[in-house]
Ligand binder design. Structure first.
Ligand SMILES: Nc1ncnc2c1ncn2[C@@H]1O[C@H](COP(=O)(O)OP(=O)(O)OP(=O)(O)O)[C@@H](O)[C@H]1O
Ligand SMILES: [Mg+2]
Length: 452
């Protein structure tokens, strides 16, 4: 258990006592270096790498207190235990106020010494584990797993990290599957509220008669079935973030109540007229165009402006295809577990051509499915059903020249022109060059064939 904490610097002006304690510590398996005054202890500490410092408070030269402060400044993590005369330090709180982890009162025996050291090390380990767990949680939602290499997404991520620092209300707009929830979480877990709750409210999924109590809570007896007091999501999110998903679907009377919460940061529980104050950061998302809903009278204009302090617009995936290869890699790793999946150029090409109406979510599902059904560690086009079929259909739109025998001259000409225009991206001068005819002839032919 003591493995990581091995090297001890022991500081006491009483040389005999140093010898006794050293001996005991050696028996417990520690490496001990001793010093009898503050200055030499400080020098030893600077040049060695100690895990634990045990020091008397009364020392010649530099006092124990000065030593403690200078060591803490050099190393925040080293364990410091102080040896005190009876009555100098009354409890652990006082010791920690001095910058030490704990204290031992003189005179003490070997068992007390062991107990205090082991207890402190254990506490340290728990704290380290806790930090580790938290940082894993943050990593899950920080920018590490948010892919955005295209220039539009780089802008989105910059804006996201900027608003995360503030307390501003944020409205996230984007088609289904574009990553709105991921952005909302990134905002929370990169804000000063990250240690508090991130509470999601999926507006359309809550039954209409329950949504008020769901958001604001109720008191016992407020309605049939309200058997005891219940906190609402706004209370649960106090000091944290509330994520109002699909806000465009919120009914009108609730829009009014929400407006009040945003304006006054207070509300009443169902069945109670006492206002409750909360400190909640609001992030809302919608796949609808709220501005249009406002124009149609379906969303309150004043609420829209309250929500729309900062708007983050997530472009559909088809408008940021540069992200696709990176997302594919990301999902191959995410769903391929520890295996090393790759994708063929042909398969990636198909993915690049597809329109992705379901955006990143559809891409993720497609890759996950391909990984599950693949027999080898390579993703090939066949594994990309059903998008493969849809792409094939598209490519085949002017039907393949299978029935070449039946083609009329006019049809062949039409195809040749379409082909040339496609290859020149619609540039008629270039297309004419490809066809080896003058531009005015091309235009004339196009007119005749009814091509625009
Ligand atoms: N930029 C991204 N990088 C990595 N993964 C992403 C990205 N955007 C979205 N995803 C993934 O795609 C899936 C859908 O994302 P999310 O749920 O955030 O979308 P949404 O916009 O809230 O969708 P909906 O409107 O359907 O609720 C999630 O699994 C998410 O992890
Ligand atoms: Mg969502």
């Amino acid at each position: 258990m003591l493995n990581k904490y091995k090297k001890i610097l022991l500081v006491d002006d009483d040389e005999n006592l140093n010898k006794v304690i050293s001996f005991q510590l050696n028996q417990m398996g520690f490496d001990v270096t001793t010093a009898t005054d503050g200055t030499s202890a400080s020098n030893l500490f600077k040049h060695g790498s100690f895990d634990i410092v045990i020091t008397d408070l009364q020392l010649p030269g530099m006092t124990g207190m000065e030593l403690l402060t200078s060591i803490r400044r050099l190393d925040k993590n080293v364990i410091i235990l102080i040896i005190t005369a009876f009555g100098t330090v009354e409890n652990a709180i006082e010791a920690s106020q001095l910058g030490a982890d704990d204290y031992i009162t003189k005179p003490f025996g070997k068992e007390t010494l062991r107990f205090v050291i082991e207890k402190t090390i254990q506490l340290r380990k728990l704290q380290a584990e806790n930090v580790q767990l938290r940082s894993e949680l943050y990593q899950k939602y920080d920018f590490g797993n948010l892919i955005g290499k295209s220039s539009v997404m780089e802008d989105v991520l910059k804006l996201t990290s900027k608003v995360a620092e503030s307390d501003a209300t944020v409205l996230i707009e984007g088609e289904s599957g574009t990553g709105k929830e991921l952005i909302a979480r990134a905002i929370h877990y990169n804000s000063s509220r990250k240690e508090k709750s991130f509470i999601t409210v999926n507006c359309p999924s809550i039954p209409e008669n329950l949504i008020e109590s769901e958001l604001f809570g109720h008191v016992k007896g407020a309605f049939t079935g309200a058997l005891k007091d219940r906190k609402g999501k706004f209370q649960l999110a106090d000091h944290g973030t509330i994520f109002l998903d699909e806000i465009g679907d919120l009914k009108e009377d609730l829009q009014a109540r929400l407006l009040r919460v945003l304006q006054e940061k207070e509300f009443e529980q169902v069945g109670d007229s006492n206002p409750i104050k909360v400190d909640v950061r609001v992030v809302a998302a919608t796949n609808k165009n709220l501005e249009l809903l406002v124009q149609d009278g379906k969303f309150r204009e004043d609420l829209y402006y309250r929500l729309n302090v900062v708007t983050i617009i997530l472009p559909p995936l088809r408008e940021r295809k540069d992200d696709i290869p990176f997302l594919v890699d990301h999902f191959l790793i995410k769903h391929g577990k520890d295996k090393n999946y790759t994708i063929t150029d042909e398969a990636l090409n198909i993915i690049m051509q597809y329109d992705w109406p379901g955006n990143v979510r559809e891409l993720e599902n497609t890759i996950e499915r391909a990984v599950v059904i693949s027999r080898e560690l390579v993703i090939t086009p066949e594994l990309l059903q059903p998008i493969w079929r849809s792409i094939k259909k598209k490519v085949a739109l002017p039907p393949e020249i299978e029935e070449e025998d039946h083609l009329t001259l006019k049809e062949i000409e039409r195809r040749a022109i379409i082909n040339a225009l496609n290859r020149s991206n619609g540039n008629q001068t270039k297309a004419a060059k490809l066809l080896n005819i003058p531009r005015h002839v091309l235009i004339y032919r196009m007119k005749k064939l009814g091509l625009r």
